[in-house]
Ligand binder design. Structure first.
Ligand SMILES: [Zn+2]
Length: 331
């Protein structure tokens, strides 16, 4: 293939290149930019882009992307892998969902693809979109529950997007929950679909799984899933594996109506079937008295839970899906 050119970064076929795309300069003249890892195969094939840390408190993607890019051998590869371990460096430095220095376009996953003459995060998103997204055939954006939630293996695709569903299945047997997003907007997936290319949004991990052993487990799942994607599209050798059955439906997020503390529920049925109105979590007031019972809004599956005990009315508390488990071939 011809190699990959992103801004001033030019990676020749059969080579690897790590570098930064500059966006703006900080007060001390250092550049704030976007880190990019390019692995350009020797032969033609698809160009797969994988993004991490569009939310700065989601550090599973950065670790998995860097590890996967390092294991790839460009001499034995078709197509190219582009890894952006951290989309929002300012947010990662601040250990927060967005960059606190930018209160106007704080959440990059709401304002993407941004504007060249916009606020700080707008400008970073625009460079990502116009320089990196432009050269990709497919895009996987990795999220997690961040500082406040844990999300089990779940993939979002655009509703009716067959190519997105194929990419979701290519992630392999760890991913049995694949949910439809009716009207994607403000995200890399939305922008990629606008370009009539292929994109998915992936969720795994969060603060409850950042002890070293647990985090290593999450990173290893993501890494083998990226390997499975490259095998599915013939980019690297090896036999891809697939989930036999998929939960298919849409997410139904439960927000707290009361403020208080979440009572631990060790038997919460994460990744298991749930029934409408099933009890899942209790909020107590600060004196321990019951304040609210959080129940499933639908039959389906529970794929995420708030892990930060302090809860304020309106906060995300439960991530349910009105999904049905079906053989993957009929999904
Ligand atoms: Zn996120």
């Amino acid at each position: 293939m011809a190699g990959i050119t992103i801004g001033s970064l030019r990676c020749l076929p059969g080579r690897k290149l790590n570098g930064y795309l500059p966006v703006v300069s900080r007060l001390d003249s250092t550049l704030l930019g976007i880190p990019v890892m390019i692995v350009a195969g020797r032969l033609d094939g698809p160009v797969v882009l994988v993004d991490g840390a569009i939310h700065g408190d989601e550090q599973e993607g950065p670790l998995a992307i860097a590890a996967f890019a390092r294991e790839l051998d460009p001499l034995n590869m078709r197509g190219a892998f582009i890894g952006v371990p951290v989309m929002n460096v300012g947010a990662l430095e601040a250990m927060a969902r967005g960059n606190p220095r930018d209160t106007h376009s704080f959440d990059m996953n709401r304002i993407y693809p941004g504007r060249a003459d916009g606020f700080l995060t707008d400008r970073i998103a625009r460079v990502h979109h116009s320089e990196i997204g432009a050269v990709a055939d497919m895009e996987i954006t990795i999220h997690s529950g961040g500082n406040i939630c844990y999300l089990a293996e779940t993939i979002f695709v655009g509703r009716g997007d067959e190519k997105g569903l194929e990419l979701a299945r290519a992630m392999g047997p760890d991913w049995s929950i694949v949910l439809d997003t009716p009207r994607p907007s403000g995200s890399p997936m939305a922008a990629m679909l606008e370009r009539t290319r292929t994109a998915i949004t992936v969720e795994l991990g969060g603060s409850a799984a950042t002890m070293p052993g647990a985090l290593q487990g999450v990173v290893e799942i993501l890494r083998r899933s990226l390997r499975n994607v490259c095998r599915h599209y013939g980019m690297i050798d090896g036999t891809p594996l697939y989930a036999d059955r998929l939960w298919r439906g849409q997410q139904k997020v439960v927000q707290a109506s009361m403020s208080g503390l979440l009572e631990p529920n060790p038997s919460i049925p994460l990744k298991l079937p749930i029934r409408k109105d099933e009890f899942l979590l209790r909020i107590t007031d600060l004196f321990g008295a019951p304040a609210e019972e959080l129940r499933s809004p639908c039959d389906g599956v529970l794929f995420g839970v708030r892990t930060y005990p302090s809860v304020t009315a309106g906060d995300w508390a439960l991530f349910c899906a009105d999904a049905v488990l079906r053989p993957a071939a009929t999904s």
